[in-house]
Design a binder for this molecule. Structure first.
Ligand code: NOJ
Length: 558
C-alpha cells in the first residue's frame, strides 16, 4: 500500500519547478487504450506510452493528460473506475506507472491524470458492499439510493433521463433505486458523505506523491446534489443543460454552488506540494459560471469548450476568444483552448462538413456512417491546420487530443459489432457514439495494427490510416505532424506574457492579433486569399507568398 498522507514539500519526488508551468502549457491528451500497445493484447497500455515518450518530446508538448487508466470494466471507456489507486492490470502496474512518470519528467513533460469523482464503477468495492447492505445502511449512504414511488415502489423516484439515454435510476433486487447520471454501471456518489470526501483526498495525495503534476476533474459540475422533495420532472429539466443551466446554482444536480466547497478542500491538498498540483475542471456550465471553477481557491483552471462548439467562422472565434479572455481575467486563471477530445467528432472532420448548426458537430454525419453530408477531407485538414496555429498563438493552455497532430479524421464507418460506447447502445438511432475518435493510432503504414501493437487493435482501423501514419508523416516536411512540431517549438521561443491585442485589418473574415514582443497571428477564414501583412513569416499552415490563401494561418514576427 502506498502512502496517502502528503509528503513534506522537501520530500516530493520532483525537484520544484516553476509553479505557473500550466498557464501557457501545450497539453497532449492520451486516451491510453488507444495510444500504443506494448504487450500485443490489442489494448494500449502504460508501457506503450513510456516507449513513445521520445515521440512526445519531439512533438514538443509541455504536459500529457492521461484519460483513466484505472481498473475498470470498461462500461464507459474507463470512466467507470473500480479502484482509484491502482492501474488496470491490462494496462500495466503501479511500477509501470512510476516508470512512465520518470520517463516523462526526464523529458521535461508534466503529467495530468483524470479523476472521476461523480461516480464509481458498479464493480467498485463500495458499490458491491452497498448492494450487499440493507437500505439505510452506511454502505448505501455513500451512493444515492432512494425508495421507488407508486404503491409498491416499483417506479423510479423520478422520470429523469441519464446523459447516455434511458432512465437515470436503476433498481436493485431489494427494490431500492440508485441514481446514475451516466450509465447504470456508473452509480453516482453521495458527496454529503464524509467517507467520499476522505477517500478522494487520499486519492489526490496518492497520485501527487507518485509525482503526478495535476488533475483533470471529470464532470466537475455534477458532484453535489439537492434531491429534496418536490423534485422537478424531466419535462422541467430536459432543456437545462450546459449553456442553459440556471445561473443561480439551483439545478438539482448540475453546477450547484456547494460543489465549490469540495474544490476548496482539494485546493488545500494541491497546495501541500511544491509546485502546487494543478487541476482543470471539465464543467459544462454557462460561461459566467466558469470562473469559479477556475479560481485560485478552487481547481485553478476550467475547460473552455467554446471553440470546440464553434463553426469555422471568424466572428464566432473572435467572440469566443474575447469572452474567454475576460472570464480568465475574472478568475485569475489562464484560459484553455480545445478543438477535440475523446468525446467529440474529430475537428479535422467537423471542419470538412457544412458549417451549419445541424451538421457542424459531425453527429448527423456519423449517423449515416460518414456518407452524408459529403465530407471534404482536404478542406477539413486545411482548416484544422489553420485552427491549431491560431489556438497555439493564444494566451493560455492548449489541450490537444492524440492523433490531431496527424490530421487524423474521425472513423465514420465503424461496424455495429465493433461499437463500445454506452451512448451508442443507450441511444441507438440518435447517437452513433464516440468510438470513431478513439480508434487506435497508426504509427506505421503497415503491420498488424499500423504499428499500434503486434496483434490487432481493440477498434478496427481503416485502410486509409496507412497514408497518415506517424512514420509516413515523419518523412514529409509538409505533413501536419511537422506543422505541429514546428509550431510547438516556435511557440516556446515566441511566448512571453499573456497579453493579446487585436490588430484591425478591415476584413471581418480575417482575425489578426498581436502578442508581446512582436509575435503576430493572422487567420484568413474566408474562401479568398488576402494580402499578407508586413512582418517576417515564422510559420504558416500552408505555403504563403505575398498573400494568405483561404483557410490559412500565418505567424509573423513584426
Ligand atoms: C466526461 C468524460 O469525458 C466522458 O468520456 C465520460 O463518459 C463522462 N464524463 C462520464 O464520466
Amino acid at each position: 500500500m502506498s502512502d496517502t498522507t502528503a509528503q513534506p514539500k522537501s520530500a516530493t519526488k520532483d525537484a520544484p519547478s516553476k509553479p505557473n508551468w500550466w498557464r501557457q502549457a501545450a497539453v497532449y491528451q492520451i486516451y491510453p487504450r488507444s495510444f500504443a500497445d506494448h504487450n500485443g493484447d490489442g489494448l494500449g497500455d502504460i508501457k506503450g506510452i513510456t516507449a513513445r515518450v521520445p515521440y512526445l518530446k519531439e512533438l514538443g508538448v509541455d504536459a500529457v493528460w492521461l484519460s483513466p487508466f484505472y481498473p475498470s470494466e470498461l462500461a464507459d471507456g474507463g470512466y467507470d473506475v473500480a479502484d482509484y489507486r491502482d492501474v488496470d492490470p491490462r494496462l500495466g502496474s503501479l511500477a509501470d506507472f512510476d516508470e512512465m512518470v520518470s520517463a516523462l519528467h526526464a523529458s521535461g513533460i508534466k503529467l495530468i491524470v483524470d479523476i472521476v469523482p461523480n461516480h464509481t464503477s458498479d464493480q467498485h468495492e463500495w458499490f458491491q458492499e452497498a448492494l450487499q447492505s440493507p437500505p439505510g445502511s452506511a454502505a448505501r449512504d455513500r451512493y444515492v439510493f432512494r425508495d421507488g414511488i407508486g404503491p409498491d415502489g416499483s417506479q423510479p423516484p423520478t422520470d429523469w433521463q441519464s446523459v447516455f439515454g434511458g432512465p437515470a435510476w436503476h433498481q436493485v433486487p431489494d427494490g431500492q433505486w440508485y441514481l446514475h447520471l451516466f450509465a447504470p454501471e456508473q452509480p453516482d456518489l453521495n458527496w454529503d458523505n464524509k467517507d467520499v470526501h476522505e477517500d478522494f483526498i487520499k486519492t489526490l495525495r496518492f497520485w501527487s506523491n507518485r509525482g503526478v503534476d495535476g488533475f483533470r476533474i471529470d464532470v466537475a459540475h455534477a458532484l453535489t446534489k439537492d434531491l429534496s422533495e418536490p423534485l422537478p420532472t424531466w419535462e422541467e429539466l430536459r432543456h437545462l443543460m450546459h449553456e442553459n443551466l440556471p445561473l443561480d446554482g439551483t439545478h438539482p444536480f448540475w453546477d450547484r454552488d456547494e460543489v465549490h466547497e469540495i474544490y476548496a478542500e482539494w485546493r488545500k491538498v494541491f497546495n501541500e506540494y511544491d509546485p502546487p498540483r494543478t487541476a482543470v475542471a471539465e464543467a459544462w456550465v454557462p460561461r459566467p459560471r466558469r470562473p469559479r471553477y477556475a479560481s485560485a481557491e478552487g481547481l485553478g483552471q476550467a475547460f473552455n469548450f467554446d471553440l470546440l462548439e464553434a463553426a469555422w467562422d471568424a466572428s464566432e472565434f473572435r467572440e469566443v476568444i474575447d469572452d474567454n479572455l475576460t472570464l480568465s481575467s475574472e478568475s485569475g486563471a489562464s484560459s484553455t483552448w480545445v478543438l477535440s477530445n475523446h468525446d467529440v467528432v474529430r475537428h479535422v472532420t467537423r471542419y470538412g462538413l457544412p458549417q451549419d448548426p445541424d451538421t457542424k458537430n459531425g453527429k448527423s454525419w456519423l449517423m449515416t456512417d460518414g456518407k452524408e453530408p459529403k465530407l471534404d477531407r482536404e478542406l477539413g485538414e486545411r482548416r484544422a491546420r489553420a485552427a491549431v496555429l491560431l489556438l497555439l498563438a493564444l494566451p493560455g493552455s492548449t489541450y490537444m487530443y492524440q492523433g490531431e497532430e496527424l490530421g487524423l479524421h474521425e472513423v465514420g464507418d465503424l461496424p455495429e459489432e465493433a461499437m463500445q460506447d454506452p451512448s451508442y447502445f443507450r441511444n441507438k438511432g440518435v447517437e452513433k457514439g464516440r468510438d470513431g475518435c478513439r480508434v487506435p493510432l497508426p504509427w506505421t503504414p503497415d503491420g498488424a495494427s499500423f504499428g499500434f501493437g503486434s496483434n490487432g487493435a481493440h477498434l478496427p482501423q481503416p485502410g486509409w490510416f496507412a497514408d497518415v501514419a506517424v512514420a509516413v508523416q515523419e518523412n514529409d516536411p509538409a505533413s501536419t505532424l511537422w506543422l505541429y512540431r514546428r509550431a510547438l517549438e516556435a511557440r516556446h521561443k515566441l511566448q512571453s506574457g499573456e497579453a493579446l491585442e487585436w490588430v484591425d485589418n478591415g476584413n471581418a473574415e480575417v482575425l489578426h492579433f498581436a502578442r508581446p514582443d512582436g509575435w503576430q497571428c493572422v487567420t484568413n477564414f474566408s474562401a479568398q486569399p488576402v494580402p499578407l501583412p508586413p512582418g517576417e513569416v515564422v510559420l504558416a499552415s500552408v505555403p504563403v507568398d505575398d498573400e494568405i490563401p483561404a483557410d490559412a494561418t500565418v505567424w509573423l514576427k513584426v
